[in-house]
Design a protein around this ligand. Structure first.
Ligand code: FES
Length: 127
């Protein structure tokens, strides 16, 4: 799968998510574990994984956001499990391959279909 020319995608990963679990001193939170798993993956050119702290979606498992440049939709996904980073990889690479951020419903990972927290229109509306 190849991204359209000049497409830039950011995969933002909340590193402070704790999945409702108690924080244990010295141990990474689930969000930080998800971030570490995603950073270890071989991403296509132009797709960048970045840590953030909190999307205000704290009670919904681990959360990530996919956003691109002008004309692309933004998506927030939740209820993610840090042991299943491959789901995020699949969904993010499919998003990256689009010009507008709209991945056909049937081509989204099942988890993404059922756990979209928000979708946000692009800054500029396509003509
Ligand atoms: S701590 Fe992750 S969304 Fe708030």
């Amino acid at each position: 799968m190849t991204a359209p020319p000049q497409t830039q995608t950011e995969l933002l990963v909340c590193t402070t998510c704790k999945m409702g679990l108690p924080v244990i001193e010295g141990e990474p939170r689930p969000g930080a574990r998800l971030m570490a798993a995603l950073q270890a993956m071989d991403w296509p050119e132009g797709l960048v994984v970045k840590p953030v702290e909190c999307f205000s979606n704290c009670d919904q498992g681990c959360s990530v956001t996919l956003r691109g440049g002008a004309g692309r939709w933004t998506y927030v996904y939740g209820r993610l499990d840090p042991s299943k980073a491959d789901i995020v990889f699949e969904g993010a690479t499919r998003y990256h391959a689009t010009a507008d951020g709209l991945v056909p419903w049937r081509e989204r990972p099942e988890h993404f279909r059922k756990n979209c927290i928000a979708r946000i229109p692009p800054l500029e509306t396509p003509e």
